[in-house]
Ligand binder design. Structure first.
Ligand SMILES: Cc1cc2nc3c(=O)[nH]c(=O)nc-3n(C[C@H](O)[C@H](O)[C@H](O)COP(=O)(O)OP(=O)(O)OC[C@H]3O[C@@H](n4cnc5c(N)ncnc54)[C@H](O)[C@@H]3O)c2cc1C
Length: 447
């Protein structure tokens, strides 16, 4: 069997490695245009990162730690809402500490963050497995891509430098690319402008407003922060991601409807009290294709779907979808209706991610700019039968005890109850706040 991957960004390299791991006898090649640069950001990851790299792509985490030198990410610190709060990647809501008799959720006041040492211990090899405490890393994108490229070379995956300029099709199938690359499957990892797929794009821009990021690096001057910091800005938010290599990755994610690139640069310089010498504006579109697998063409990565980066979900989506794709291909002729089911599954997966990320914007009343006012309007317009609204409604009535909502979190919902719990608890912390939002949503309560 031959599998051809187009693109050598994070999606292309990881998809090729997952293909080779799942189908060791397959011939896997990557074709990438040297003149179309990869996105080159993507430094935050999620709690399932290590486990998925190991089991889906066959990557040895100790080797990755030694060569790429990531730091452990324990979650996010959100400078959102009334008071900063943490979204910790731990199961916290149901713990009972101090025999107080009620779950931890009732007493939670922001989490425990004396954990910088874990990262340093991991790098100093005194505790090489600390990463698995949470499973998430901050990882330098450039080093990560070089590492993945080297692994591809070692595992017999050919990386061919060429630009795809013509596509030969028969019905839904592609028969060859540039009249010479023939393959059983074509994996489209060509970035925000999908090259091979004929599927329609389903935009999320009516809910998630941001469409640009101003990316820049600064020198890390204080203690490494083992979490991603997300700070409210006038027209979006600013990320801060520390690395062991002496620099911090930063990005102002904003909506171009509310602010220009120059204004964004000025705002961020004023906020951080620095002069930024080198920066890059990265436009993006949020949404997903309506179908992810048509004929022998499968889209993975930004070509397939993208949710703005507040929860760093893209690499997770790449690892999750590529695993499913190559598991299904392994079934050969016995695939049945798996392709249809896969298409529906991936739609639900992206829609859930959209709703989860949207929640972060719903209740952030730290600033009263036109952008944040519009976010609040969108929050109140949320579709009443969406999963996000079910969580909101339950939380506004019952508070932090979310465990009776377990039935709402199926396997496609990567954020689980703890994710929703952390965000709602952080943004709507008190009974008075819950009461205010109940009134805005017109939710009655019977006691
Ligand atoms: C602002 C921002 C912040 C992000 N932060 C995070 C984060 O913290 N965590 C996270 O998980 N993800 C993050 N992401 C997402 C992350 O960048 C992507 O998941 C990742 O870069 C995957 O990109 P890709 O491989 O799909 O596409 P790209 O990196 O764009 O690669 C496309 C590839 O296709 C090739 N190509 C294109 N056209 C042709 C052609 N005609 N012929 C041959 N080859 C071609 C290009 O040469 C390139 O190799 C972020 C994204 C953005 C925009």
């Amino acid at each position: 069997m031959k599998i051809t991957v187009v693109g050598s960004g994070t999606a292309g390299l990881l998809s090729a490695l997952v293909a080779k791991n799942k189908l060791p006898k397959a011939e896997v090649i990557i074709i990438a245009d040297p003149d179309t640069k990869v996105i080159g950001v993507g430094e935050g990851t999620v709690a399932s990162f290590c486990q998925m790299l190991e089991s889906n792509a066959g990557i040895d985490i100790d080797d990755l730690i030694a060569k790429v030198k990531p730091i452990v990410k324990y979650g996010l610190r959100l400078n959102f809402g009334k008071k900063d709060f943490h979204y910790a990647f731990e199961t916290v809501y149901d713990f009972q500490y101090d025999n107080k008799g009620l779950p931890q959720g009732f007493y939670f006041d922001g989490g425990v963050w004396g954990q910088s040492n874990h990262s340093m211990n991991m790098l100093n090899k005194t505790n090489a497995h600390a990463g698995r405490v949470t499973g998430a890393f901050h990882i330098d994108n450039k080093l990560f891509l070089s590492y993945l490229t080297k692994l591809c070379n070692e595992r017999g995956i050919d990386i061919i430098t060429d630009k795809i300029e013509s596509i030969q099709r028969e019905g839904d199938n592609i028969t060859s690319l540039n009249e010479k690359y023939v393959s059983d499957y074509f994996i489209d990892c060509s970035g925000f402008k999908p090259l091979l797929s004929k599927a329609k794009f389903h935009s999320y821009d009516n809910i998630l407003l941001n469409d640009k990021a101003l990316f820049f690096r600064t020198k890390t001057t204080d203690t490494l922060k083992p979490y991603t910091q997300a700070t409210t800005m006038n027209c979006g938010w600013l990320w801060r991601i520390d690395h062991s290599t002496g620099f911090t990755g930063n990005g102002y994610v904003y909506s171009s409807k509310y602010i220009t690139d120059d204004e964004a640069l000025t705002e961020v310089q004023n906020k951080l009290k620095i002069k930024i010498q080198d920066s890059r504006v990265i436009p993006f579109k949020t949404g997903r294709l309506e179908k992810h697998w048509i004929g022998n063409v499968i889209t993975i990565g930004n070509s397939d779907g993208f949710i703005e980066p507040l929860e760093s979900t893209s690499i997770m989506a790449i690892l999750k979808t590529s695993k499913d794709v190559f598991d299904i291909i392994r079934y050969g002729d016995k695939k049945g209706d798996f392709i249809d089911r896969y298409n529906k599954f991936v739609n639900t997966y992206y829609d859930n991610t959209r709703d989860f990320v949207f929640l972060h914007f719903c209740f952030n009343d730290r600033l009263d700019t036109p952008y944040w006012k519009d976010c609040k309007k969108l929050a109140l317009d949320i579709t009443r039968d969406s999963i996000a609204y079910k969580f909101i409604e339950y939380y506004l009535i019952n508070g932090v005890q979310l465990k009776y909502l377990a039935q709402l979190c199926s396997d496609e919902n990567a954020y689980q109850i703890e994710g929703y719990w952390n965000i709602l608890r952080g943004l709507i912390p008190t009974d008075t706040d819950r009461k205010k939002w109940r009134a805005l949503y017109n939710i009655g309560i019977h006691i």
